[in-house]
Design a protein around this ligand. Structure first.
Ligand code: GAL
Length: 649
């Protein structure tokens, strides 16, 4: 929406005295902020009693912000249904996997499938859009807040059960077709009628994985339907305004590609330190990056949500200091708030908006930093935001361009491997993260794309795993002429969660004639040796036994194939350690004629148009990997710790 990337902030006028608002707005402008997101938790102050609306405060807040030259992004307040609504309609509450209704007293306590809540959500959205849809100060909308946060995509409520039955009837047509698709002859599980089908929780031992997978699909589609209802109302009443939603990091419970489809662009909430603390990284790596965030943490999400936003994304919430929700919550190294902001922009962000303007002295997030302290005086993040704003003003930015490499990301793959991990450490997000880190060493731009995306134009394609291979995805791979690397478990399941008749990798055998006869998951300490080139590496976590006449690019110790290729298409039958994965990525990249090993630990590169950005996440000065005579537009050839350089390339 802005012509040039710019900054924003999340603000809660309802938390502060009205007399503070003008000064807050003026100071936002003074440090270079242009967008303010407000309102996303404000239902109880907008409608304190059923049907009684109090608009005056929001009128004044929007007028104050707009009067200071700020553009407002208005959130629909549906993440926080007020107490009176819950008391009136207790059936709107989300029900957890143990069958317990969630209580009022925090947020996100609603069930996406509740017909009453859907009506209420449309009602408050309509009331808000009716009043502010054409307000000149309102530039855009955010639907709800972080769909699915606090484990809320799935609800085990009666409404969800009824909706799930309808979903299944639609999908399978006849109950016999469902029984066949799920393999219900096993353990005497056939159903005779749709209304015999329950949700897959509270079974004695695991429920049928086909049952789970359909419930995960249903849950995600309920979020989509909920979101689309709000989008339709806002489109009708707020012409010319753009609509987004703020998705979460390290979160795969809903299919963001699908949920973002009706939005104008995707947004996501970036908390690099908290996410690094929660990540599957060795202890020493967590320690090294405890105050910077791991250098790929924000980047992977920027690339993912740019993909979900069909080329457009914002960071709606940017960590400005310590957060309150990880096991440990250190402060960022001085310089990191600036670095994170620039990094988002390098990846194509249109706006980076800090969470939040002022730290709250009360309630759940009182230990979460803002750009300002609870008493209003500026905190470190504020100074760094102001610095970026000044730098941005002096540096016109070219448009982002399509990437060099494609990484195929699939939410269904996350659900399949979560439902049936088979080995406790086969975690989809962690697998993808490792692959992404290995790719980033090449210093090239990565696009994260859903299966079925047209791939020609990319120099190489990487598919960490894709258990369910739909025909559109296979066709895109068949059409693509460059090198592709497929990871383990690709093609291992049908769309209804069965082993394909022709055995894994199912339809992938059309590209890579091979058969997976056995898979093994390996506990820590148990490993198989793999020979690749003249080095021996350990295969851990997951190994497959491949039967094929294809040439082996890597073999297990007994000489059997571990990585096979047909032309430039590779199938990897194990979970490699980090050095081995680097070697495999280099091998594939070499087929595409790409330079390898351009970037060292702690350094990351990203191009935006003709500008090349280099970020130093490490504690030492480094030389920018650049040819002599390069024209620097920010920083120089010597990059200090927690700093960056930008040059024309
Ligand atoms: C996000 C959420 C915000 C705030 C923030 C704290 O997940 O959208 O409302 O809770 O985390 O880091």
């Amino acid at each position: 929406m802005p012509d040039q990337p710019t900054l924003g902030v999340c603000y809660y006028p309802e938390h502060w005295n009205r007399s503070d608002w003008p000064d807050d707005a003026r100071r936002m402008r003074d440090i270079g902020i242009q967008f303010v997101r407000i309102g996303e938790f404000a239902w109880s102050v907008l409608e304190p009693e059923p049907g009684v609306f109090e608009w005056a405060w929001l009128d004044e807040a929007i007028d104050t912000l707009a009067g200071a030259g700020l553009k407002v992004i208005l959130g629909t307040p549906t993440a926080t249904p007020p107490k009176w609504l819950v008391d009136r309609f207790p059936e709107i509450l989300q029900v957890d996997r143990e069958g317990r209704s969630r209580r009022f007293g925090s947020r996100r306590h609603y069930c996406f499938s509740s017909p009453v809540y859907r009506t209420e959500s449309r009602r408050i959205t309509r009331a808000l859009a009716d009043r502010y849809g054409r307000h000149p100060g309102v530039a855009g909308w955010q639907t709800d807040n972080e769909y699915g946060c606090h484990d809320t995509v799935l609800s085990y409520s009666p409404a969800a059960r009824d909706g799930f039955r309808r979903f299944l009837a639609d999908r399978y047509g006849t109950i016999d077709a469902l029984n066949e698709a799920w393999g219900n002859r096993f353990w005497s599980m056939p159903y005779r009628h749709w209304d015999e089908i329950d949700l897959p929780n509270l079974t004695v031992t695991e429920a049928n994985p086909s049952h789970w997978l359909d419930f995960r699909r249903f849950g995600s589609s309920e979020v989509d339907a909920f979101n689309r209802e709000q989008v339709a109302i806002i489109r009708e009443l707020s012409p010319g305004r753009e609509i987004t939603h703020n998705f979460m990091g390290r979160f795969v419970d809903l299919d963001a590609f699908a949920t973002a489809a009706p939005l104008d662009f995707a947004s996501w909430d970036s908390y690099p330190l908290g996410f690094t603390e929660q990540a599957d990284l060795p202890e020493e790596v967590k320690l090294r990056y405890a105050r910077t965030g791991h250098p790929d943490m924000a980047a992977l999400h920027h690339d993912l949500f740019r993909g979900a936003g069909r080329g457009r994304f914002w960071v709606m919430e940017q960590q400005p200091g310590p957060v309150n929700w990880a096991n440990w919550n250190p402060g960022p190294q001085p310089g990191m708030v600036r670095l994170w902001t620039w990094e988002a922009i390098a990846h194509g962000a249109e706006v980076v908006s800090y969470f939040r303007w002022r730290q709250a002295p009360f309630a759940q997030e009182q230990m979460h930093a803002g750009l300002n302290l609870p008493n209003g005086s500026p905190d470190v993040g504020s100074t760094e935001a102001a610095q970026v704003a000044a730098e941005l003003a002096a540096l016109p930015l070219p448009a982002n361009e399509p990437g060099d490499l494609a990484l195929v990301f699939d939410y269904e793959a996350a659900w399949v491997t979560d439902i049936q991990p088979q080995g406790a450490d086969f975690v989809y997000f962690d697998l993808v993260y490792r692959w992404y880190t290995a790719l980033r060493r090449l210093g090239l731009n990565v696009d994260v794309v859903p299966p079925g995306t047209a791939l020609n134009g990319y120099r190489a394609v990487f598919v960490p795993t894709l258990p369910i291979l739909r025909e559109t995805a296979v066709a895109a791979f068949e059409t693509y002429t460059g090198p592709i690397l497929f990871g383990p478990r690709s093609g291992s399941k049908t769309a209804t969660f069965q082993i394909p008749d022709e055995l894994p990798p199912g339809p992938l055998a059309r590209l890579l004639p091979l058969r997976v006869n056995r898979v093994e998951s390996l506990r820590p300490g148990l490993e198989r040796g793999v020979r690749l080139g003249n080095r021996l590496y350990p295969a851990r976590r997951w190994v497959e036994h491949l039967e094929t006449d294809l040439a082996a690019a890597a073999t297990y110790a007994d000489g059997s194939p571990a990585l096979v290729a047909k032309g430039d298409r590779f199938y990897l039958g194990f979970w490699p350690d980090r050095t081995c994965l680097n070697a495999i990525v280099d091998l594939v990249a070499g087929r595409a004629g790409l330079d390898t090993e351009r970037v060292t630990e702690g350094l990351r590169i990203r191009r935006r148009g003709n500008l090349c950005f280099c970020f130093n996440y490490g504690p030492d000065d480094v030389d920018a990997p650049v040819l002599a005579g390069a024209e620097f537009v920010l920083g120089g050839s010597h990059i200090p710790p927690f700093d960056l350089a930008v040059w024309r390339c």
